[in-house]
Design a binder for this molecule. Structure first.
Ligand code: DHB
Length: 394
C-alpha cells in the first residue's frame, strides 16, 4: 500500500491525526497491533481539557462528549482530613469534562469508519523501516502470514510508551529525559453511587488517594501503592479499609462502597524524547513523552501534539518541502515540559515518599495550604489543570 502519511498506533493520537489530515484532503493509513475490543476494554484516564473537547466537537468527530460527558467546574484538594475546593470557573473561567478516554477512542474509531478511512486493527509483527529515506515504511505480517508493507512520505509513531517507533530511533540521535517514581497507583472500578460531586485529590499520612467517577452507578478510584503490589493480594475488605482510612477526617467524609469490578496496578514515570523527529518519522503522544497520571494530562497532551503535527504535515505536503516538519517538535515540547512540570508537581505534592520523613509531610501540607489559601497559588493549579492561559495552545 502507498499513502501520504503512515501512522503506527490507533489510539486517540493516531486516529485524531488521521481525522485532521483527512479534513485537509491528506490520505493516511493507521495500523495497531491491538484489536478494537482490546483497546475499548482497557481502563484509562477520564478528564478532558476544554481545548480537547473543542477539538472533538469542532472538527466533527462527535458531540457525544457534550451529552454523555460531565462538566466539572473544580476539584477538591483534601488534606489534614478536610476538603478545600479549587474553583476553576471562578478562578480562570474554564472547566474540564469527565469523559473517559475509552469513549474518546470509540468516538474517533467510529468517525474514521464513517469517513471510510483505512484503519487496521489487530496487526502483528509491526516494524518501521527506512526512516531517513524519502519513502519510510511500516512492515507487518498479513492475515495469511505474508509480509505486508505500507510505504509513505511521512511516518508518524503514535504507538504509545511501549511502542516500536521510539525505540527505532538510534540512541545517538535522541535524548531521553527520564524520572522514575518509587510508587504506583492501585486503580479500581466500583459499582456504587458517587461519593462526591467533584474529583477528590487526597493527601494523607497513608499516601495519596483519588476519588474519581464514571457514571451514576460506576465509580473510579485510585490509591498510592508499592510498584510491586500484586492486585490479587487485596481482598475487597482490605481495599475499602485502606481507601476509607485515607479519606477519613473530622468532617465524617466516607466513601460509598460497592463491588469492585476491575482492578490493576499502574506503574508510572516521566519521560520526554527530544527531538520528536527522526528522518521522516515524527513521534506523537505517549510514544514521545509520558507523564505520571496525577492531573490527567496524558491524553490531553497527545491531542495537543497532533493538532500541531497536523498543521506541520499539511504545510509539508502543500509546499512539497519536509523542512517545515522541524517546527513540530519544538512547538509541541513547550507545552510538554509545562505539563511535565505540572504532573510532577501534583504527584510530588500529594504522594507519600517512602524514604522521607515527617519534615517532608509537613512541608507538603505547607505547600497545599499555600495553594488553597492563595488566589495566585490556586490560579496556577486551575490554569494548568484546565489547560488554559499559559497552558493553552502555544
Ligand atoms: C482520572 C485519572 C487521573 O489521573 C486524574 O488525575 C483524574 C481522573 C480518572 O481516571 O478518572
Amino acid at each position: 500500500t502507498r499513502t501520504t502519511v503512515g501512522i503506527v498506533g490507533a489510539g486517540p493520537a493516531g486516529l485524531m491525526l488521521s481525522h485532521l489530515l483527512a479534513r485537509e484532503g491528506i490520505r493516511s493509513v493507521v495500523v495497531d497491533h491491538r484489536t478494537r475490543a482490546q483497546i475499548e476494554g482497557t481502563s484509562r484516564a477520564g478528564i478532558l481539557e476544554a481545548d480537547s473537547v473543542r477539538l472533538l466537537t469542532d472538527t466533527g468527530v462527535s458531540d457525544r462528549v457534550l451529552r454523555d460527558g460531565e462538566r466539572h467546574d473544580g476539584i477538591e484538594l483534601r488534606f489534614r482530613g478536610a476538603g478545600h475546593r479549587v474553583d476553576f470557573r471562578g478562578l480562570v473561567g474554564e472547566s474540564v469534562w469527565l469523559y473517559p478516554q475509552t469513549d474518546v477512542f470509540t468516538d474517533l474509531a467510529d468517525a474514521r469508519e464513517r469517513d471510510g478511512a483505512d484503519v487496521r486493527f489487530g496487526i502483528t509483527g509491526t516494524r518501521v523501516v527506512d526512516l531517513t529515506t524519502e519513502s519510510p515504511g511500516i512492515l507487518f505480517d498479513g492475515a495469511d502470514g505474508r509480509p505486508c508493507e505500507v510505504r509513505c512520505d511521512i511516518l508518524v509513531g503514535a504507538d504509545g510508551a511501549h511502542g516500536v517507533s521510539r525505540t527505532a530511533v538510534p540512541e545517538a540521535s535522541r535524548t531521553h529525559y527520564f524520572r522514575a517514581y518509587p510508587f504506583a497507583w492501585f486503580g479500581i472500578l466500583v459499582e456504587a453511587p458517587p461519593s462526591a460531586a467533584e474529583l477528590v485529590y487526597t493527601h494523607s499520612e497513608r499516601g495519596f488517594a483519588l476519588i474519581s467517577r464514571r457514571t451514576d452507578t460506576v465509580q473510579r478510584m485510585y490509591f498510592q501503592c508499592d510498584p510491586d503490589e500484586n492486585p490479587a493480594d487485596w481482598s475487597e475488605d482490605r481495599i475499602w479499609t485502606e481507601l476509607q482510612a485515607r479519606v477519613a477526617g473530622p468532617d465524617g467524609f466516607a466513601l460509598k462502597e460497592g463491588p469492585v469490578t476491575d482492578r490493576s496496578v499502574l506503574r508510572f514515570r516521566s519521560l520526554v524524547c527530544d527531538p520528536m523527529r527522526y528522518g521522516n518519522m515524527l513521534l506523537a503522544g505517549d510514544a514521545a513523552h509520558t507523564v505520571p497520571p496525577t492531573g490527567a494530562k496524558g491524553l490531553n497532551l497527545a491531542l495537543a501534539d497532533v493538532r500541531v503535527l497536523a498543521e506541520a504535515v499539511e504545510a509539508a505536503v502543500r509546499t512539497r518541502d519536509r523542512a517545515v516538519l522541524d517546527t513540530y517538535g519544538p512547538r509541541a515540547l513547550r507545552r510538554v515540559w509545562r505539563a511535565q512540570h505540572f504532573s510532577y508537581w501534583m504527584t510530588s505534592m500529594l504522594h507519600r515518599h517512602p524514604d522521607t520523613g515527617d519534615f517532608d509531610t509537613h512541608r507538603q501540607l505547607g505547600e497545599l495550604a499555600a495553594v488553597t489559601d492563595s488566589a495566585a497559588g490556586s490560579t496556577y493549579l486551575a490554569e494548568a489543570y484546565t489547560g488554559c492561559g499559559a497552558f493553552s495552545s502555544m
